[in-house]
Design a protein around this ligand. Structure first.
Ligand code: IPM
Ligand code: MN
Length: 358
């Protein structure tokens, strides 16, 4: 099986190295061979080729069964990458890659492991209930891809970003959300801002239509501001949350943090086929890059999602997820999730511990 690997910038190379270690452990145990092709994207591609994503890299991704990615980007105030015009910055590469590969569905599971309750930023009476939600973020539409410009209007500098969705884009992400909900607790919360935005009113209408095909699933509509509040008030109420690109970006960081650390959250970006791109939900964390202290678990769990969704290797994916659970139960922690009485380990030690348990 062929996996393209984009280690990226910041902590990307460290955490992806650990994810590959764990994938190789799964391959060895279950008798598979993974062929990796390393590719550059983001800041490292700017340094090497003068642009964040080359056409060759896109083509190379398409020749593989899946893409395993770390993170891209640097410090936005100090890195020279952010002196470049916006279409040549690291993030432009990621957006172009998502669009070119048609990765419209971004799945971000946010689970509070009982072992990590102490790292959860919520009050104990809330965290004790635990939570397990999946944010289904639309990834190739909305504000991220609408027309934008900055120009003088009557001598006043004016910037415009456009939030566009058509019914087909909404329908396909809604279908994914209901399909996933059927395999979970059968509840979908569709998040919008229908009290203000036209795009949200269409969103609500189309999601309601799709729901008719899934009578077993309970559909609830919620406004994004209220949802931001409910995530910290009562996260256990959520199962699958489906929302547009920008709302999903913001809510998924919030939901990730209440699980204890952004370093725990994997993600899968899928198109209509089995192909997918798998990356941690968190960023490149340039402040801790190269120190071997980052948490590789999000990257490792992204590897598990890759096994499950692109390679159909469910048993192998279960083994990786169980191994992560086991190291946490045994009390091993990276710095970001460290709490009293636990044993602090480095990024590479965490990867080795998990690989051994696979
Ligand atoms: C994410 C990131 C990206 C996004 C950035 C790096 C462009 O924040 O994957 O959530 O906003 O989608
Ligand atoms: Mn984000």
């Amino acid at each position: 099986m062929k996996i393209a690997v984009i280690k990226g910038d910041g902590i990307g190379p460290e955490i992806v190295t650990e994810a590959m270690k764990v994938l190789d452990a799964a391959a060895a145990k279950y008798g598979h061979t993974f062929h990796y092709t390393q590719l550059l994207m983001g800041g490292c591609s700017i340094d090497a080729y003068g642009e964040p994503l080359t056409d060759e890299t896109i083509a190379a991704c398409k020749e593989n069964d899946a893409v395993l990615m770390g993170s891209i980007g640097g410090n936005t105030t100090t890195s020279p990458w952010y002196k470049l015009p916006s279409h040549l910055r690291p993030e432009a590469g990621l957006l172009k890659l998502r669009k070119s590969l048609g990765l419209f569905a971004n799945l971000r599971p946010c689970v509070l492991y009982p072992e990590l309750r102490a790292a959860c930023t919520l009050r104990e009476d809330i965290s004790v209930k635990g939570f397990d939600m999946l944010i289904m973020r639309e990834l190739t539409g909305g504000l991220y891809f609408g027309e934008r410009r900055t120009e003088a209007v009557d001598g006043v500098m004016t910037a415009v970003d456009t939030l566009t969705y058509n019914e087909n884009e909404i329908r396909r992400i809604a279908v994914k959300a209901f399909e996933v909900a059927m395999k979970r607790r059968k509840k979908v919360t569709s998040v919008d801002k229908a009290n203000v935005l036209d795009s949200s009113r269409l969103w609500r209408k189309v999601v309601t239509e799709v729901a008719e095909d899934y009578p077993e699933v309970t559909l609830e509509h919620a406004l994004v501001d209220s949802t931001a509040m409910q995530i910290v008030k009562e996260p256990s109420q959520f199962d699958v949350m489906v929302t547009e690109n920008m709302f999903g970006d913001i809510l998924s960081d919030e939901a990730a943090m209440v699980t204890g650390s952004l370093g725990m959250l994997p993600s899968a970006s899928l198109n209509e086929t089995k192909f997918g791109l798998y990356e941690p939900s968190g960023g490149s964390a340039p402040d801790i890059a190269g120190k071997n202290i980052a948490n590789p678990i999000a990257a490792i769990l992204s590897g598990a999602m890759l096994l499950r969704y692109s390679l159909d290797l469910n048993e192998e994916a279960d083994a990786v997820e169980r191994a992560v659970q086991q190291v946490l139960t045994e009390g091993f922690r990276t710095a970001d999730i460290m709490s009293e009485g636990c044993h602090q380990v480095s990024c590479s030690e965490m990867g080795t511990l998990i690989a051994q348990r696979v």
